[in-house]
Design a protein around this ligand. Structure first.
Ligand SMILES: Nc1ncnc2c1ncn2[C@@H]1O[C@H](COP(=O)(O)OP(=O)(O)OP(=O)(O)O)[C@@H](O)[C@H]1O
Length: 375
């Protein structure tokens, strides 16, 4: 008969800090179902804020160590790691005392209602100051990677003038069904997708300007039956013009990810994207540097577009650096063949880098949501 009390386990786990949130797991309510059997074997569940948590193993090991140190007579320790994705505070009223979301610049009394999707926990906008830096590639790999970790994920390709997601996932000639007056997203690689490219041919979209473009965007968001999603990745059109500004102003975005290459010209444009998000009060989750280097056959790196431009920019502008993704022919081939590199070649360094970036983004969303609900 074991003399170990549940309270001893609770006390031990109360010393384990969540590395990002700076509070212990018990205070954060992350531990459930603690059980101690007669032989002194312990089991419990740790509920993380995202299945893509890069700290998963670290937290698990810390729990085991804390219990062993506090209760040396313990038998086996069975830690069940699970997750429940937290919701963004950008939903009107959620986690925010004034009930108007956190977008101070726009969210005040009398401000127009932002488009909100109550069943979508987090909308992540992926932006770039300039075209061709790999924004769609990063958005797609982010979506696929989060879905592979177990999250419910959607992806919107809002590039009116050059939708690339249909080609990148091999769905060029697919048309979405309409059910109950809603467009059904098309599911591939575990991700629910909607692209302007599924709805109109590129020549038609090319002639749209201003209100036509804005209403097409609105439809992509509100007329789609997304159902419940943990993350909706919004691949914004490249640049920082009126279309982009209207979108980020009118949509309840949780946070923005900015994609750049290390090149200086791309970075000058990145500054504009940063300014745009800051102006409308959308938190910037961080910056991803794409096409950071090319690995030569002898293992050395060729920094084709310059070195660490993204990281330096992030530092000087007080933005989180989310990671670098090298140039690889498998990424380009994946884009052309309709199978994302992360699926076709998950062990390639580029795929690993893209997965790490996805984990970092999920982590930043969790931190943002936790900080906002604590305030
Ligand atoms: N890390 C990488 N390595 C190799 N090729 C890449 C990488 N990232 C993107 N590419 C390739 O670069 C091209 C442009 O990428 P992508 O379409 O993702 O950029 P974008 O910024 O979304 O462009 P657009 O401005 O057209 O929306 C594609 O052919 C893609 O396959």
């Amino acid at each position: 008969m074991s003399s170990i009390q549940k309270s001893q386990i609770e006390a031990a786990l109360g010393t384990v800090m969540e590395p990002d949130l700076g509070r212990d797991l018990m205070t954060l309510g992350m531990v459930e179902n603690i059980a101690v059997d007669e032989a002194g074997n312990v089991s419990f569940t740790v509920v993380l804020t995202t299945p893509a948590c890069p700290m998963k193993e670290k937290i698990k090991n810390s729990c085991v160590e804390a219990i062993k140190a506090a209760v040396p007579e313990v038998g086996s320790i069975d830690v069940n790691m699970t997750s429940k994705v937290t919701s963004s505070c950008s939903h009107g009223g959620h986690g925010n005392h004034d009930g108007h979301g956190h977008h101070g610049a726009q969210g005040g009394h009398g401000a127009p209602q932002k488009i909100d999707l109550p069943n979508v926990k987090n909308i992540i906008a992926v932006a770039s100051g300039k075209g061709g830096v790999g924004k769609s590639t990063v958005s797609l790999n982010l979506a696929v990677s989060l879905a592979a970790s177990g999250a419910k994920v959607g992806l919107i390709d809002a590039d009116l003038y050059g939708p690339s997601i249909p080609t990148m996932v091999g769905l060029q000639n697919v048309k979405p069904e309409v059910q109950n007056q809603k467009l059904m997203p098309i599911e591939k690689f575990g991700v629910k997708m909607m692209s302007i490219g599924f709805l109109v041919d590129p020549e038609t979209a090319l002639i749209w300007r201003g209100p036509m473009a804005s209403s097409a965007m609105r439809q992509l968001i509100t007329d789609v039956d997304w159902q419940e999603l943990d993350y909706l990745i919004f691949d914004l059109p490249p640049g920082t013009g009126d279309i982009q500004l209207t979108l980020v102003q009118n949509l309840a975005i949780s946070g923005a990810v900015i994609v750049t290459t290390p090149q200086e010209v791309a970075l000058a444009d990145v500054a504009k994207a940063v300014t745009m998000f800051r102006k409308v009060g959308v938190p910037i989750l961080g910056l991803v540097e794409n096409m950071s280097w090319y690995e030569l056959p002898d293992g050395t790196r060729d920094y084709i577009f310059g070195r660490q431009g993204g990281e330096t920019f992030a530092k000087t502008n007080a933005i989180t650096f989310l990671g670098s993704i090298p140039i690889s022919s498998s990424v380009r081939e994946g884009g052309d063949n309709g199978i994302p590199a992360i699926i076709a070649n998950p062990d390639a360094p580029t795929s690993q880098a893209a997965s790490r970036v996805a984990g970092e983004i999920a982590r930043q969303v969790s931190i943002l949501n936790a900080n906002c609900s604590m305030n």
